[in-house]
Design a protein around this ligand. Structure first.
Ligand SMILES: *[C@@H]1O[C@H](CO)[C@@H](O)[C@H](O)[C@H]1NC(C)=O
Ligand SMILES: *[C@@H]1O[C@H](CO)[C@@H](O)[C@H](O)[C@H]1NC(C)=O
Ligand SMILES: *[C@@H]1O[C@H](CO)[C@@H](O)[C@H](O)[C@H]1NC(C)=O
Ligand SMILES: *[C@@H]1O[C@H](CO)[C@@H](O)[C@H](O)[C@H]1NC(C)=O
Length: 475
């Protein structure tokens, strides 16, 4: 079954490789070169699975207006100095985020509010994990640049603020000081906006010297607490928002590792898309780069949306209305549609999340995917499993490998092909894993994670209640 390897270089895509043990320098990127064009398979050079420590910025963001450059938090394109987590840590944090999403969706909104009304911070709804992407925005007058994690799975935007009354962790840029800005204003406890923190953070607001206090806790025990304020937010020289509501955090702990805070892109009314709806009409798009050594973009408004984007209707989850729900209808491996009853996907539904790393499927669907993928890969020796990955291969004695393509079908009749960077997750040459995992039961919500979104242009179209995908959004 040797694949015909064309010497023609057809396309290159990049995967993330994090080195375990030895250096603990963490994630570095490697380039996965596609050698042969076949309808149902990718052929990739194994030698190109070598670490790249050079940032190859694609400048994808420069071509669009209202666009920010997206970089992976760990890797050569990021200037964050802190140690990157190991693969095992990335997968553990990812599971903590997934558990958090599941527990949030298992509660009714009323229950969330009851919990929130007690004095203990109860936010378990939005979670960080380690496989995250960051953008840089300007805050204040004069503006200060801040690197923020962007997160479609949460709503409140916040940054660490001086005087760090209780605790701030280390961050790359100087910590924002509202007293040095001409445009900062506090929100008072009596303002109705203070009450909107309930739905944005699942926590009751607090009050300190008549100033509104927010608190948000993430699934991995990271948290931020501080004053709710308004500020001038600058995306680009032509995209400036006055009185943007954000959290000025003076007690911040957890795994943020060098970033200044978080940009909330969820559907709640406090989220960035809701607050900027007058200008962008709740339309935004992004492309996550194929590896940490290249860059993608996050764009607001209609600019730069591909003509080839295919849309699927947005689903609103009764128990998690700020998540972006989608309807998966099927999965194909190597061109063959897996036989999975559609009720397997509709039972719990699926959300798309920029902050979950690895896609989680109902176990019935994952097991069908795994069986078909293993069949397609039966020429290759298996490697050791790691954490949530149970289908890994040892490619150490191969020059190139031929892998089945994977595509996911969504309601509305669209089929989206996953890029090679979204099929395999390489720990090392001898441990390259199928980058999907199953939930423990079919009744838990499925999650389309960020690894599977790599290189796709993903479009969020609020007014038309739909999410779209186009291939080749970035490299
Ligand atoms: C950087 O990216 C460009 C375009 O994607 C590619 O042609 C070039 O070979 C890359 N350079 C390196 C050093 O990877
Ligand atoms: C915001 O409120 C806090 C607490 O009352 C206060 O310490 C701070 O000076 C206020 N900032 C501004 C700009 O009013
Ligand atoms: C969060 O902290 C609590 C109490 O300190 C602990 O019991 C729990 O295991 C922690 N959760 C995670 C995901 O670290
Ligand atoms: C600061 O945050 C930590 C972690 O959430 C919390 O345990 C602590 O009580 C907070 N301190 C104050 C003074 O609110």
């Amino acid at each position: 079954m040797a694949a015909t390897i064309s010497s023609t270089f057809l396309s290159a895509s990049l995967l993330l490789l994090c080195l375990l043990s030895a250096s603990r320098k963490g994630c570095v990127a490697f380039e996965q070169q596609e050698l042969a064009a076949e309808t149902h398979h990718h052929t990739l050079l194994v030698s190109s699975l070598l670490p790249s420590s050079v940032c190859n910025s694609s400048k994808a963001a420069d071509k669009k207006s209202s666009s920010l450059t997206v970089i992976h938090k760990h890797g050569p394109c990021s200037q964050l100095t802190s140690d990157a987590p190991t693969h095992a840590e990335v997968l553990l944090h990812d599971q903590a985020r997934v558990n958090s999403i599941h527990s949030r969706l298992a509660k009714t909104l009323n229950n969330v509010k009851e919990t929130a009304a007690t004095s203990i911070p109860a936010k378990d709804g939005s979670i960080l994990g380690s496989g995250n992407y960051i953008v840089t925005v300007g805050l204040g007058t004069p503006k200060k640049d801040l690197s923020l994690i962007f997160d479609t799975g949460s709503d409140l935007t916040w940054t660490q603020c001086q005087p760090c009354f209780v605790h701030c962790y280390q961050q790359k840029e100087p910590i924002f000081d509202p007293t040095q800005s001409k445009s900062y204003l506090n929100i008072s406890c009596s303002s109705s906006i203070c009450g909107s923190l309930y739905s944005a953070t699942a926590n009751a607001p607090d009050c300190s010297s008549s100033t509104c206090v927010y608190k948000i806790r993430y699934g991995d025990n990271s948290s931020s607490m501080g004053f709710l304020g308004t500020e001038r937010l600058t995306l680009t020289s032509t995209d400036i928002f006055d009185k943007f509501l954000f959290g000025c955090g003076e007690n911040n702990t957890g795994l943020f590792m060098g970033v200044a805070g978080l940009l909330g892109l969820g559907r709640d009314k406090l989220s960035f898309p809701s607050q900027t709806a007058q200008k962008y009409n709740k339309v935004f798009s992004y492309c996550l780069p194929s590896s940490a050594s290249s860059t993608g973009y996050l764009s607001f408004g209609n600019s730069g949306i591909s003509n080839s984007v295919k849309f699927t209707p947005l689903v609103t989850l009764a128990r998690g209305p700020s998540f972006y729900g989608l309807g998966i209808t099927g999965i194909s491996v190597g061109g063959e549609r897996l036989s999975i009853s559609s009720s397997v996907f509709t039972t719990a539904g699926t959300i798309i999340d920029s902050g979950t790393v690895i896609t989680r499927l109902p176990p019935t669907a994952y097991s069908a995917l795994r069986t078909a993928f293993r069949q397609g890969m039966s020429n290759y020796p298996m490697g050791k499993a790691l954490g949530i990955f149970d289908t890994c291969y040892d490619f150490s004695s191969y020059n190139s490998v031929r892998i089945p393509k994977i595509s996911i079908s969504f309601s509305g009749g669209i089929e989206v092909e996953i890029a090679p960077a979204g099929i395999l997750y390489a720990i090392s040459r001898s441990q390259v894993c199928l980058a999907f995992a199953g939930n423990n039961v079919d009744s838990k919500v499925g999650i389309l994670g960020n690894v599977q979104q790599k290189t796709l242009q993903v479009v969020y179209d609020g007014p038309n209640e739909r999410v779209g995908f186009a291939a080749g959004g970035c490299s």
